[in-house]
Ligand binder design. Structure first.
Ligand SMILES: Nc1ncnc2c1ncn2[C@@H]1O[C@H](COP(=O)(O)OP(=O)(O)OP(=O)(O)O)[C@@H](O)[C@H]1O
Ligand SMILES: O=C(CO)[C@H](O)[C@H](O)COP(=O)(O)O
Length: 290
């Protein structure tokens, strides 16, 4: 936890919608005049695509079928912890990009499946924003949850998450449904052991729930739209959250538990703005006083 140089982490599985949620944060940062430095979890993968394949093959040959990008060991979480710690203490740090596809290759000048060089953060930023798979990990090696000041989980129910991943990976990353299905299966062990435990540590979870039939996510023809979904928003510590204000402001919303509200899918962006803006404002205000 850092008051002087606050850190926000947004954690979700691959395809959960963390990049989409980042756009909402970017809008809030722009509107509130917050100068945030952003880092992507994929920058902290341990291997480039070819080396990951070699490591997978090696482990398969040894009978380990559980290794995937979700696994702790496939990522340099020590380095991520160093970046969180250094930023929290000094406001400095560094990051790089993992280039997924041709569009990103053109943007960064590095072929798909490779990393860019590490580059230092610009000086005098107001906060660090992380978006990726491991923003609230606590294991024998690292404690990232302890270093982040506001932790958000983005967790659609699992068949919606798979639909989102399959459609995104087919549309923009050139994978077949079969290839994505294999990846989903291979990642399941680490999904259960490395990804889901984080969502009991996050301060707020946003869980999109479809209200159309998604029983067979592998043949779904499109991603359920905002109108075809609800979002459950759960607060770890509901003290200080003005639920009456939120349910008044967000048409069609209601409380489903003492720490949860449900909003129509189309109101997700509004709900995030209403909930997150005061929290971000407070982090930045406190950091200027520290
Ligand atoms: N609220 C939403 N409503 C409709 N579609 C959504 C929503 N959130 C995400 N999606 C869709 O789901 C897909 C995956 O979203 P996104 O790219 O944000 O995931 P991600 O968590 O960043 O994945 P990765 O970490 O693998 O990059 C995209 O096609 C996106 O348009
Ligand atoms: O989304 C992911 C993790 O969040 C990707 O699967 C990961 O970055 C590896 O990508 P690729 O399969 O394109 O090498």
């Amino acid at each position: 936890m850092s008051k002087k140089h606050p850190i926000i982490s947004v954690t979700g599985s691959s395809g959960a919608g963390t990049s989409t949620v980042k756009h909402t944060f970017d809008q809030i940062f722009r509107r509130e005049g917050v100068n945030a430095v952003s880092i992507e979890g994929d920058a902290f993968h341990r291997y480039n695509r070819a080396d990951m394949k070699a490591e997978l093959d090696r482990r398969y040959a040894e009978g380990d079928y559980t290794f995937s990008h979700f696994s702790y060991e496939a990522n340099d979480l020590k380095e991520l912890e160093n970046v969180f710690r250094e930023y929290g203490e000094t406001g400095k740090g560094r990051t790089r990009h993992y280039v997924h596809d041709a569009r990103e290759a053109e943007k960064y000048g590095v072929p798909p499946g490779h990393f860019t060089q590490w580059t230092p953060f610009e000086d005098d930023t107001d906060l660090l924003f992380y978006e990726g798979l491991h923003g609230s990990v606590v294991n024998d090696e690292v404690n990232l949850a302890a270093l982040a000041d506001l932790k958000i989980g983005v967790v659609p129910v699992i068949n919606l998450e798979w639909i989102q991943k399959i459609h995104r990976d087919r549309a923009t990353r050139g994978y077949s449904t079969e290839a994505v299905t294999d990846v989903i299966l291979r990642r399941m062990h680490a999904y259960v052991h490395c990804i889901t435990p984080q969502f009991t540590r996050t301060d707020i979870n946003f869980q999109r729930v479809p209200v159309v039939d998604t029983s067979n996510p592998f043949v779904a023809r499109w991603i359920p739209t905002a109108d075809e979904s609800l979002v459950v928003i759960r607060f770890k510590n509901p003290r200080g959250i003005d639920f009456a204000y939120l349910t008044n402001m967000i048409a069609g919303s209601w409380m489903s538990r003492a720490n949860s509200i449900v909003v129509p899918g189309g109101k997700l962006d509004l709900a995030m703005q209403l909930i997150l803006t005061p929290l971000i404002e407070r982090l930045v205000r406190d950091s200027k006083r520290a």
